[in-house]
Design a protein around this ligand. Sequence first.
Ligand code: SF4
Length: 239
Amino acid sequence: METFGLVDGPGVRFVVFLQGCAMRCKYCHNPETWSGQGGQEWSPEDLFKHVYRYKSYWHKKGQPNGGITVSGGEPLLQMPFVTEFFRLAKAKGVNTTLDTAGNPFTLKEPFISQFKELMKVTDLVMLDLKEIDEEKHKELTGYTNQNILEMAKFLSDNGTDMWIRHVLVPGLTDDPEGLKRTREFIDSLKTVKRVEVLPYHTLGKFKWEKLGIAYPLEGVRTPTEEEVKTAEELLGIVK
Ligand code: SF4
């Protein structure tokens, strides 16, 4: 948990990180969340009671309204829990944001019915688009991106607000052609409120070492300000 998150949605937010993720993104800075085991066990009621104590932070003068963000790991692996947690939040008028990479998404049952229930109590979805090219996405994360793109379309058609985020790794996720294709895809969506470039950083590297896993991006540098600016331009981000 992070009581005072400033980068995971609008305003000041209480961020809850859930355990469990199937993807293996080469730049993941939370590899400790991959396992479905570990962490603390909470009921949605107890977690909400705990989180709600911080509500005075969420409405600061001159700032957008904050609230609660559920992140991961991959929160779509625990939808009934998140739905109940967000339902309690909405009952108190708290803004709810879901930070997801979309990997579990499918239009098949029982997933899609649970997902629709979750979306009824979700104000904003922050969706990571890691790579627009399917083969490169597989290389980067171990999985296809087709269902993730399908999820973005589903959210757009259902009127759910989205922020799209793209992690920029020099030589890996910064090719101009790919960024242009990403922009075209984003332009086809109707509910995208913001697009963000997240510069790759190595702050999570020590966690890989601690877990005894070889770090796949050894020697890869962080992008320069200029490279970030170029990527933002290609993605049509106006600042
Ligand atoms: S989806 Fe997120 S938590 Fe999962 S491997 Fe990728 S960066 Fe890490």
